[in-house]
Structures are given as C-alpha cells and as structure tokens.
Design a protein around this ligand. Structure first.
Ligand code: ADP
Ligand code: MG
Length: 237
C-alpha cells in the first residue's frame, strides 16, 4: 500500500498536530467491529473517503479534531463511526441522557445524520433521537424518554428542550459540531455556547466545517482542547 505521506499527497490531505496516526487507507485496517464493517460493505463502499481515512484514527485516540472539508466528502460517518465505538467503550445508561451529541444547522441535515446513524449503527443496537424546530415537541420528547445513545439536534430546539429540563447533557462525552461555519452564519453561536455549558468539560469534541474563517477559529479555540487539524483540498478562508 501507499505510505502515509504518499496517501496524504494523493488525496490533498494536510494535517497539523503531534504524533499523527497513519491514515486508514482501507476498511480492513480500521479494526472496526464486524457489525459496522458489514454495514459499510452492504452500503457498497469500497474504501474510506480521505476525510474518514485521516479522521478515524485520530478520533479513535480520543483526541479533539477540527476537520475542514467540503460537502459530500463523507464527514457524517467520519464522526459517527468513532462515536459508535466511543459508545461501546462507555456503556452508559441511555436512560440518563445521550453520550453522543451532534449539533447541526438545519432540520434537513439533522434528519440525514439521524438516518445515517440508524443505517450504520442500528445493528450495533445504537439508538438515536433527532430534535429540530418547526415540528411538534411531543414525539421528540417521547424519543428522549425512551432513552437514547445519540442526540442529533439543531441548537434552537435543543435549547428549548433543555430549558424545559426534559433532557440532561451531563453524560455527554463525545460532542460534534457539524457544519460549524453554517451554524455561525445562521446566528446560532449564543445557543451553541449555552448548550456546551451543559456538557462536561471532560469530553472529546469534533468540529466539522467547510470553511475556516476567523469566527470559526475563535469558537474552535474556545470549545476544543488542543485539536488536531485535518484539511482536505484547498481551504477557503
Ligand atoms: P458531507 O457531510 O461531507 O457533506 P456525507 O457524510 O453526507 O458528506 O456523505 C456524502 C455521501 O457519501 C453519503 O451518501 C454517504 O453515505 C456517502 N459515503 C460516506 N462514506 C463513503 C465511503 N467511504 N465510500 C462511498 N460513499 C460514502
Ligand atoms: Mg455533512
């Protein structure tokens, strides 16, 4: 196979951080549990995408990550599969609240993430609840009451439900900010900061963004601890 250097060059991957693990250039070397490998095989995927290849080994080390990559590059599984493995290691009680929290800018994107979580995590008995505005709260609250490993939420609706004290984030130890640039453009920064105050500081935080402007750097500096930075392709600023 290709050396780490050659693989990174070929796929325009650049990394900033110490002790960088080798990219996972194939599914065989990931060491993922067989249920998960079966799902990726069934989905017809032949190899990890570049962002997955480089983010997975870093995320599995428990490190914080800022990943900058454009839409369509496979970022969702880039954070979901290490999240599944994090869940297995923790074996928390889903009745006490989620262990994995994913913040997403829109209802549509949040729904897609949940579908991906169910498709690839269902056979590992991972449960996922999706919270978004513009829909009644009842079914969402019932999903939380049943107990859930993962919550995927838009910041506004999650804040509403936090204010109602119908969910606890005290058990969250794997936090994902997906499409961080878009969430900031949409004015969600105050809600995000409020939510993160409810999440224990002993956690792993992963931020995914298509662009890397000043505002995104600032929130990354505030919410992440010594993150590894992974860029795919040219980064717009
Ligand atoms: P992004 O969040 O970067 O915009 P997505 O996570 O939505 O991208 O992925 C885009 C599409 O690629 C989805 O349909 C997803 O199922 C698919 N996909 C993810 N990983 C792989 C892979 N390793 N090989 C082929 N397709 C993949
Ligand atoms: Mg995405």
């Amino acid at each position: 196979g290709l050396s780490a250097e050659a693989y990174r060059r070929r796929h325009e991957i650049s990394v900033i951080g110490d002790n960088m693990p080798q990219p996972f250039t194939s599914f065989e070397v990931t060491g993922f549990p067989s249920e998960i490998l079966r799902e990726v095989h069934q989905a017809g995927f032949s190899a990890p995408t570049p962002i997955q290849a480089q983010s997975w080994p870093i995320a599995l080390q428990g490190r914080d990550i800022v990943a900058i990559a454009k839409t369509g590059s496979g970022k969702t599984l880039g954070y979901l599969i290490p999240g599944f493995i994090h869940l297995k290691r923790r074996s928390n009680n889903p009745q006490m609240g989620p262990t994995v929290l994913v913040l997403s800018p829109t209802r549509e994107l949040a729904t897609q993430i949940q579908e991906e979580a169910v498709k690839f995590g269902g056979s590992s008995r991972i449960s996922c609840t999706c919270l978004y505005g513009g829909a009644p709260k009842g079914p969402q609250l019932r999903g939380l009451d049943k107990g859930t490993d993962i919550v995927v939420a838009t910041p506004g609706r999650l804040n509403d439900i936090l204010e109602m004290r119908r969910v606890s984030l005290r058990q969250v130890s794997y936090l994902v900010l997906d499409e961080a640039d878009r969430m900031l453009d949409m004015g969600f920064e105050p809600q995000i900061r409020k939510i993160v105050k409810e999440v224990p500081t002993r956690r792993q935080t992963l931020m995914f963004t298509a662009t890397w402007p000043k505002e995104v750097r600032k929130i990354a500096a505030d919410l992440l601890f010594n993150p590894v930075q992974v860029n795919i392709g040219n980064v717009d600023e």
